[in-house]
Design a protein around this ligand. Sequence first.
Ligand SMILES: Cc1cc2nc3c(=O)[nH]c(=O)nc-3n(C[C@H](O)[C@H](O)[C@H](O)COP(=O)(O)OP(=O)(O)OC[C@H]3O[C@@H](n4cnc5c(N)ncnc54)[C@H](O)[C@@H]3O)c2cc1C
Length: 460
Amino acid sequence: MDSKHSKDIAPEQASGKTYDAVIVGSGTCGSTLARELASAGKRVLVLERGKHVALRESFGAIASMIDQIKIEGSGVAAARGVAVGGSTGVYFAVVAYPDLSTFSALGIDLSAELARVRAELPINALPDDMLGVKTLRLRDAALACGHDWIKRDMLVDLAASAHGYAYNAKWKARPYLVEAIGHGADLVSGALVDEVLVEDGMAVGVGFVKREGLRRRRHRVHAKKVVIAAGELATPAMLRAAGLDEIGNRGFFCTPGYAMYGLVPGLAGSDSYVSSMGCDGEDGISLGDANMSRTFHRMMMLGGMKLRHFLPFEQCVGIGIKVADDLGGELTPDGRLRKVLDADVLARLEKGRRDALALFEKMGARHVTDFGLSVAGRVGGLVRIGEHLDADLQTRIGNLHVCDGSVIPDDMKGPPAVTLLCLSRYLAKRLLAEAPGSRDAPEQAGSQTSQYRKVALATA
Ligand SMILES: Cc1cc2nc3c(=O)[nH]c(=O)nc-3n(C[C@H](O)[C@H](O)[C@H](O)COP(=O)(O)OP(=O)(O)OC[C@H]3O[C@@H](n4cnc5c(N)ncnc54)[C@H](O)[C@@H]3O)c2cc1C
């Protein structure tokens, strides 16, 4: 972060103030909310466990941002970004739009927010000359094999991408945080929140630890509103540990999948935007373009020990396979995710693999390699609007709100960033509309005494 507004404050400075809102997590939702609230004059504190990693596509930067959480029993792991600015430092920038009728059935009208997001953000279909030859070769094979292979809209600034793929052309959350800080918001990075402070059934702040030199020091901060925006992999465990035992009562989905790569002789490929094209079958099987930038490619091949595919980046074409799975499995009491994939999911993964093999054959690819079942896409279903959250995204603990990937309804399984941008603007509007701290504790709220509950950190 190179803005003059980018400096963290010391935890002691935060402890001495009462904020209008403390936001846990500085990703897509945390940064957007902070920007909306701070620009409206609210005193906002953002606590982020990650650090200020340079936003660039190098081995070092990506490796220090990306983190994986295993889903026990399934063989897959879900990725996230842990850094100031959250997962958009490592994401692909593919767009899916929120299903407005699904949200409106839950009492949430996102239409104005979607219009604003579409007007303000760089959302574009990439012209063919930006797709790269690997993507075009795969597209031709997919169309020839009868797939409905379409371009996805992308959160990509075309002007910044004029010479092909550019990491910097992808929209990211961090500049929103910089704007929030410019409007007076405070940020503490390296702050691992592990407590929600609850008094008389109302959230009053959070506790966090921060490494200072060789020591880890504990701090507590107070706020009229607490918003958990720690991401779909951390928030459910945090809410459970705050006393919301019902979180995760229906299990979760994890969109399992894997990637396959083959070498197409004679191809002179270059960096591509991953997932810029693909198809979604009615059987819940999605195939997608898994051609990436050289840096990501090298990291992936090295990580999977695919040495034959490591060097010939120009010829190496990739296909991703993922399938939709039903709710199941459990969030364990100590915050781990566990799920055994059922036979139907495994059968559909195998069908996707065969479909991908047919595409490699069509492209004349050799040395096709398979990373095996290893990747989870979106993980969701643990936190449910209408059941665990009201239309203000508030839990039954008063003034404790949730706004991040964990709350997206089950049937919206596409890339979530645009939906989350809308949802954070929506929540900001709702919070600004009510007098801060005026909310009574909901009737069923828990204890009448102070409860300072520690978060189970296995997934947090
Ligand atoms: C490899 C990859 C590719 C992706 N591609 C796409 C795509 O193409 N399109 C799309 O729409 N989406 C994509 N996504 C998903 C998208 O990036 C996320 O869904 C979105 O950014 C989530 O926003 P969020 O605010 O919910 O969480 P995040 O952006 O993940 O932010 C959560 C923040 O909370 C912090 N945090 C976590 N726990 C704590 C704690 N205890 N204390 C303090 N801070 C904490 C984290 O460090 C993180 O910074 C991708 C994700 C990954 C990992």
